[in-house]
Each structure stands twice: as structure tokens, then as C-alpha cells.
Design a protein around this ligand. Structure first.
Ligand code: ADP
Ligand code: ADP
Ligand code: MG
Length: 481
């Protein structure tokens, strides 16, 4: 076992801060890399060293493998944490690191490759008795063949980019008449986002839930699961609220899904942290969606209910350590993603300076953020401000706490989705655990109409734009109503 001494974080923002926290606790040195846009970022200040890697455009900085490899050499880092997004699922990058004798805090390049492709991973896990959504993933990508296969599967269907991620390159197709148009538009989006326009077709599972399993593998052939996360509350196939345990989730179903998740990870001899995502139908039928070969955005809910530090576990596994047994879960944890976006304007990003920021603190409240007062939300990156995570003994108590802390959260500057999240957390259907991936779209009008404090936020944002001095009274001005 060789201990890691210095980790370079090939990422930015909240996840860079998150990794630095654990590294500091373990006495491991950290190196931040930053673009021109991130020069004054919190994570850059927190790291022991910081290296400039280029202009704001991700292609020229956070995705620039040569610059990051050079930063590794210059700093003498012996490991790289890729975070999520950017190079985290890039097998080529992981390979280049290994050639230089630098540890990649993620799985083997072969596992990344096998799971990075939705077509390939479906075929692979199916051989290991993991159920996949009925569909078509053949090499024949002609429109005629797609039409025939879609008829066989039956409408509605989901056309997906094989290389897709983050909800991109995916189209729901209602009937044969719109198939061609939808496939062509999914292909266009996939080509520009991933440089690969291969498409697969899946049966559209109606009113489903998204339930995923946190997986860990070590170098000794052990693969364990760390329970499930329900991420059914989504907007445009992107997660908005995540929780664990999944509500209304029978133990027998959990057992079957956990087994399938471990099998999927074993199909690629998985090492490190990963997530196996499933879609769960209304009758309890479940199918493999994909495996994300990295730490997931929503990993904190797993940490809060297991007491484990998943970044520490990634480090230990990379050092050659052995995994523990699957721990019991205690209580209930929920995460919301706070974004600089405008719910009443199509959730368009709301960029600009964050003049003031106030997060509540207290028992069972965790805030993961890379933003501080004075930070700039730029158009170059994901406009996430923070992840707010609450824990309590029961789901009801956790929801009550979530609603309360959202009321006490104040962002002065850009427009945010905080009121929207509060309405969502407080919605009757969510409280009852009647969650599905259609919940938000089905209730959007109501979730927006109840958005009482929005005008207040807008006024504040306007004042902030005018550089008005911020004083305390705002905090109690009804902003938190
Ligand atoms: P996660 O739960 O980590 O978001 P997904 O599979 O939904 O998992 O997302 C895949 C990756 O896509 C994430 O690592 C995230 O960084 C990235 N991502 C999320 N939203 C977007 C977006 N709007 N545009 C581009 N990438 C995104
Ligand atoms: P990504 O890589 O973009 O995360 P996924 O395959 O994980 O793509 O799907 C993202 C989301 O899209 C799922 O969580 C679910 O809400 C929806 N989805 C995916 N496949 C289907 C399907 N066959 N039927 C219904 N909804 C689906
Ligand atoms: Mg997914």
C-alpha cells in the first residue's frame, strides 16, 4: 500500500471544495487548477497550491488534458481527483495519468470505456442478468431500421444518444410520425455535445421513478453497494431533489435492485466509486439505465445516512485498501440543488455577481458550495450555487427541516430557484412520497404560481445590480416568506 501525499483536483467549484475538505482532514496536500474565470474562487484559496491552466472556456482549461498533466508534473501530485463532469469519465485521461505513475481517483480506463457508452453497457450488463429496458441498440443506424424497431418496441419510445449524459441527446417520441424528426434532432445535439451521434431506442417507461445505487469496488475484487438514492424529482431529465432511503420502497425490491447493481459493477471488475442507475416502473419492474463511473453530485445523502466519507473511501481504495461491509443506514437525507436560474423565465441561467449569501446552519444541515459573497456566476460553467443537504430521523422530519432551511437561505444577486425548491419540498405529493420523473412537469404551474417571494427576490436582484449597499434588514424583510 502506498499512501497518497498530494492530490491535484482536475475540477472547480463546490466539488473541488468538497475534495479539499477531506484531503485536509487526512493530512493530504491539495493542488487546485483554475481558469481565468476562477482566479478568485474559494477552492483556489483553500488549496495548498494553485496552478493557472488557461482561459475560461472549458475546452481550453478544465478539459485541456495536456495543461492538467503539466500541472501534475509541476506540482508533483501523486493522485488526481476528477470530480464530476469535465474529465471524470474520460478513459484516455485516466490512461495518460497511469503512464506517468499518477493515481486516478476513479475506476480503470477499461471500466470507464465499457460504461461510457449506453449501447455497449446495455449489451454488457444484460450478459450478467441485469434487466435492461426493452429496446434497440443495433449497428444498423438507418432510419428504416429505426422505424421498424420502434414499431416492434411500441410507442412512446425514448431515443437516446449512446454517448449522452446530463440529460442531453434524449427525445421522447410519441408516435411514428415524429420519429425521424426526433432522431435527427437527438443526433444533432449528440454530435455537437459528444462528437458521436449513435442512437439507441428504448421503450418509454411511463410515470417512472429514478432509483440508483451507490457502488464501491476495491482492488481485491470486492464490490459493495451503499444503498439507494431516489432521484425521481427531475426537470428535463436532470435531477432537482435527491433522497435516501427511497420512499415507499419494499425491502424485497431493494434486495433485487441492489443485487443487479452489484452485478453491473462486477461486469467491469469495478474499482472505486460508481453509481448504477435504474428506471423503476409503476408495477415495480426495474431496468438498468446506465452506470456513472465517478462520484455523483448527490453523494452527500449517502454520506449523511451511512456516516461514511465517500471521498476518503475513494482515496483508500486507490491506495489499495479494503472496503468495509455495507453499513446500515440511519435516518433520512435529502439534497436540493440551488441554482442561479429563473424558474419563471424557463429556468434560464441568471448570471452575475453574488453580493451576499447566507446559509442556515444547525444539526443535520450541510451546505456544499464553492460560492461566497462576491463570487461571480459566469456563463462558462454550470450555474449551481450550492447543494443543501438535510438529515433527520424520519422522512417527514427531514422535509420539515428542508422547508425551514430553504426559507432561511438568502442569495442576494442572481435570481435563484430557492422558492421553487421550497414549494417543491412542501408539495403534498412530495410529502406523501408519490414521486415520479413527471412530478415537476405535471405540477410546474402550481409550483411556480406559489412562488410568493419571487418579486422580493427580483427587487433585491435589481438593487444588487445597482450596487446598493446591503444591510441587515433584508434578512428579515419577508424575503424568507
Ligand atoms: P449527476 O447526478 O451527477 O448529475 P447525470 O448522469 O445526471 O449525473 O449527469 C452527468 C454529468 O453531466 C454530471 O457529472 C454533470 O456534471 C453533467 N451535467 C449536469 N447537468 C449538465 C448540463 N446542464 N450541461 C452539461 N453537463 C451537465
Ligand atoms: P443521462 O446519461 O443523460 O443521465 P439516463 O439514461 O441516465 O441519461 O436518463 C436520464 C433520465 O431520463 C432518467 O433519470 C429518466 O428520468 C429519463 N429516462 C431515461 N430513459 C428513460 C426511459 N426509457 N423511459 C422513461 N424515462 C427515461
Ligand atoms: Mg443518468
Amino acid at each position: 500500500m502506498s499512501h497518497i501525499k498530494k492530490i491535484l483536483i482536475a475540477n472547480r467549484g463546490e466539488i473541488a471544495v468538497r475534495v479539499i475538505r477531506t484531503a485536509k482532514r487526512l493530512g493530504i496536500k491539495t493542488v487546485a487548477v483554475y481558469s481565468d474565470a476562477d482566479q478568485d474562487s474559494l477552492y483556489v484559496k483553500l488549496a495548498d497550491e494553485a496552478i493557472h491552466i488557461g482561459p475560461p472556456e472549458p475546452r481550453l482549461s478544465y478539459l485541456n488534458q495536456e495543461m492538467i498533466l503539466k500541472a501534475c508534473e509541476d506540482s508533483g501530485a501523486d493522485a488526481v481527483h476528477p470530480g464530476y463532469g469535465f474529465l471524470s469519465e474520460n478513459a484516455e485521461f485516466a490512461e495518460k495519468l497511469s503512464v506517468k505513475g499518477i493515481k486516478f481517483l476513479g475506476p480503470k480506463p477499461s471500466s470507464i470505456r465499457a460504461m461510457g457508452d449506453k449501447i455497449g453497457s446495455r449489451l454488457l450488463v444484460a450478459k450478467f442478468d441485469v434487466p435492461i429496458v426493452p429496446g434497440y441498440e443495433g449497428e444498423d443506424q438507418s432510419m428504416d431500421r429505426f422505424k421498424k424497431e420502434a414499431d416492434k418496441i411500441g410507442y412512446p419510445i425514448m431515443a437516446k444518444a449512446s454517448a449522452g449524459g446530463g440529460g442531453k441527446g434524449m427525445r421522447r417520441v410519441e408516435s411514428a410520425s415524429e420519429l425521424e424528426e426526433m432522431i435527427l434532432s437527438a443526433k444533432r445535439e449528440a454530435l455537437s455535445a459528444f462528437g458521436d451521434d449513435r442512437i439507441l431506442l428504448e421503450k418509454y417507461i411511463s410515470n417512472p421513478r429514478h432509483v440508483e445505487f451507490q457502488i464501491f469496488g476495491d482492488q481485491h475484487g470486492n464490490v459493495i453497494h451503499l444503498h439507494e438514492r431516489d432521484c425521481s424529482l427531475q426537470r428535463r431529465h436532470q435531477k432537482v431533489i435527491e433522497e435516501t432511503p427511497a420512499p415507499h420502497y419494499p425491502a424485497s425490491l431493494k434486495e433485487q435492485m441492489a443485487k443487479a447493481a452489484v452485478q453491473a459493477a462486477k461486469s467491469v471488475s469495478y474499482e472505486g466509486a460508481g453509481t448504477v442507475e435504474f428506471i423503476l416502473g409503476e408495477k415495480g419492474e426495474f431496468y438498468f439505465l446506465e452506470m456513472n463511473t465517478r462520484l455523483q453530485v448527490e453523494h452527500p445523502v449517502t454520506e449523511m445516512t451511512t456516516g461514511l466519507d465517500l471521498v476518503e473511501l475513494q482515496i483508500r481504495v486507490a491506495e489499495g485498501g479494503k472496503l468495509p461491509e455495507t453499513p446500515e443506514q440511519t435516518g433520512h437525507a435529502i439534497e436540493v440543488r440551488i441554482y442561479a436560474e429563473d424558474p419563471s423565465n424557463g429556468f434560464l441561467p441568471s448570471i452575475g455577481k453574488v453580493h451576499a449569501l447566507q446559509f442556515p446552519t444547525g444539526e443535520g444541515v450541510r451546505v456544499d458550495s464553492g460560492i461566497v459573497s462576491g463570487s461571480e456566476i459566469s456563463l462558462y460553467y454550470d450555474p449551481m450555487i450550492a447543494k443543501l443537504i438535510v438529515w433527520d430521523e424520519t422522512r417527514t422530519k427531514a422535509i420539515d427541516k428542508l422547508v425551514q432551511v430553504l426559507k432561511e437561505t438568502i442569495v442576494f444577486g442572481p435570481i435563484t430557484n430557492i422558492s421553487f425548491l421550497k414549494n417543491l419540498a412542501d408539495a403534498k405529493g412530495f410529502r406523501e412520497g408519490k414521486v415520479s420523473t413527471h412530478f415537476i412537469a405535471g405540477n410546474e404551474e402550481e409550483l411556480l404560481r406559489q412562488n410568493v417571494s419571487f418579486p422580493v427576490r427580483l427587487a433585491l436582484a435589481g438593487l444588487a445590480g445597482a450596487e446598493t449597499k446591503i444591510t441587515d434588514p433584508w434578512v428579515s424583510s419577508g424575503e424568507s416568506a
